[in-house]
Design a protein around this ligand. Structure first.
Ligand code: PLP
Length: 335
């Protein structure tokens, strides 16, 4: 009831504020908050973005047409979830982002600790209890590939919104997956460990290939035919009660949920292995599942129309899903 009341008040206030253009001016209705080293206007808004030092309603967050990620895909992102006002594995996501920034040589002007605070402040401004954060950092703005000729101040945007990747019934029924014809890019082209915006065009093609034949996900192999990952998730199988996932050296995004799933499997008493898997291993597995920030842990019950194990979510997968749910309360609180 109290939350409903708060949301109503927040909604009315946001509507009034945006109608009167107050979000950008110094409205007495807004309470300024400190975000990183900046003071930003603050209002309770459901879907918001931090951009250029301001928190604004999501639809007002605009980036330049000559942003290098818009022009060339030259940017990085993180998708992060928050549960019960706590941001899950925030520091792992920031570490991965800043490793990508170092690898690509962006001239990042916001230190990691400051961006961490900005993320927490933006979540607080949204006043949502559960949701999805999208953190984007791009190289800068300017036409032409050569970074020497552009304004190399990274564009940084933090979006707080919601996202459900698969409908709830799929967590009960399990996912139907196909093997995609789109292979992983080799590590000496664009290292799949990089969460690079430009790299996702291939994943989107793979996703489309899947849904055109009624599948929920698509499995990507590397050029040696080893299983790597799905379009937005890592993959696992269970063989003889051992929880196995592709080794990072096959070329994949080393997912944060993947690491959590490996740890939780061990805590539940199962042996784990990062190894080399082919579709043979999936066709003959006892169980399979996918992991990802957006997907969380979801059972995978079919590959290329063939049932995996019993063709139903397996017991170990279900135990892990339940254990993962408990784990989600361990995030960084923002309020
Ligand atoms: C290609 C790809 N693989 C795996 C994952 C899972 O990674 P994480 O668990 O860190 O979200 C994602 C999600 O972002 C992804 O996009």
């Amino acid at each position: 009831m109290e939350r409903l009341f708060r949301l109503l008040v927040a909604g009315i206030r946001c509507e009034l504020d945006s109608k009167m253009g107050h979000l950008k001016s110094k409205s007495p209705a807004l309470v300024p908050i400190q975000s990183g080293s900046r003071t930003v206007p603050y209002a309770c808004m459901a879907k918001v973005a931090w951009i250029n030092g301001q928190i604004v309603p999501l639809e007002e967050a605009k980036v330049s047409a000559i942003d290098h990620a818009h022009l060339y895909g030259d940017g990085l992102f993180e998708g992060i979830r928050f549960y019960d006002r706590k941001v899950f594995r925030l520091d792992d996501h920031l570490d991965r982002l800043y490793h990508g920034i170092t690898y690509l040589g962006f001239e990042m002007h916001i230190p990691q600790s400051e961006l961490r605070q900005i993320v927490l402040d933006t979540c607080r401004a949204s006043d949502e209890e559960n949701g999805y954060i999208r953190l984007n950092v791009t190289r800068g703005t300017g036409l032409g590939l050569d970074p020497r000729n552009i304004d190399r101040t990274p564009a940084v945007v933090v979006i707080v919104s919601t996202l459900s990747l698969y409908p709830p019934e799929l967590y009960e029924r399990g996912l139907d997956v196909i093997t995609s014809s789109y292979r992983m890019s080799p590590s000496d082209a664009l290292d799949p460990r990089l969460k690079c915006i430009g790299g996702y065009a291939s994943n989107i093609m793979a996703k489309m290939e899947g849904y055109k034949v009624g599948a929920h996900e698509s499995l990507k192999l590397n050029h040696q035919g080893q299983v790597a990952e799905c379009t937005g998730d890592n993959v696992f199988i269970i063989q003889n009660n051992v929880v196995k996932t592709p080794h990072p050296s096959v070329g994949l995004l080393k997912g944060i949920t993947r690491d959590v799933a490996l740890r939780l499997s061990e805590e539940l008493g199962y042996k784990t292995e990062e190894t080399f898997l082919t579709v043979f291993d999936f066709f003959t597995a006892q169980e399979a599942f996918v992991t990802g920030t957006a997907a969380e842990i979801a059972p995978m019950v079919k590959l290329d129309g063939r049932p995996i194990g019993t063709g139903k979510p397996g017991l170990i997968t279900l135990r892990l899903m339940a254990r993962f749910r408990e784990e989600t309360v361990t995030g960084v609180p923002y309020a």
